[in-house]
Design a protein around this ligand. Sequence first.
Ligand code: UDP
Length: 249
Amino acid sequence: MQRADGRAADQVRDVSFELNIAPHASGSVLVAMGNTRVICGVMIEEVVPRWMKEQNVTGGWLTSEYSMLPYSTTTRKPRDIMKGRLDGRSTEIQRLIGRSLRAVVDLEKLGPRTMWVDCDVLQADGGTRTAAITGASLAVTIACRKLAKEKKLDAPPIKKLVAAVSAGILDGNAIVDLNYEEDKAVTVDFNLVATEDGDFVEVQGSGEEAVFAQSQLDEMLVLARKGIADLISAQRAVLARIMVSPPES
Ligand code: UDP
């Protein structure tokens, strides 16, 4: 099976992370996976949501917002504000991003703070939700380290790195990290979120006007796990680099 961009079935697109692109944020990353590019910015507020206070829930909270910039798609996508409401897809995606990051942040250690993770798609070519998670994981890690550096906490309230990737079935075969052309062509849409230990945070798979077999699910899972391991290696390389020379210096 030949992929249009010549990638092997188990090969993720070229990934890169540009740090500190929004200096007012506690952590910010422009993540690129092939032609998909997402800006991930983290800000911390010294307050918790009202429901936490009302229910006497201790610790802090992490929440996310996702949006596609109007010029991120080939035809202009109007901002949600013009329609007066958030579309269902964005709501679904921002909740996924929030869940994925709450799985790796130690909310108790974070203390009475809210971590806002804003993901804005600069260029969309498939896999924007997974790229957002992979980029936001780094932005959150950097923001958590900053809390410790500023002596607001003894240690960064982050437990693990997390990353996400898509997979699908194209002409009967599993492929990983679909671009938009592939996303339109596949019969199964699969997204996996997992930590650096290989533990799952979320597994999503749906037949698009089609069904899929257990063997195909297994194949997608194997490819996605390998893809996530590759992405985590790329994240680690970036973190190792900034240990030597921090982005803010
Ligand atoms: N897309 C688009 N306009 C939209 C929604 C999606 O052009 O309003 C394109 C975009 O390239 C996106 C792809 O369709 O990356 C796949 O969308 P999906 O909803 O599957 O989410 P994603 O794969 O980006 O997480």
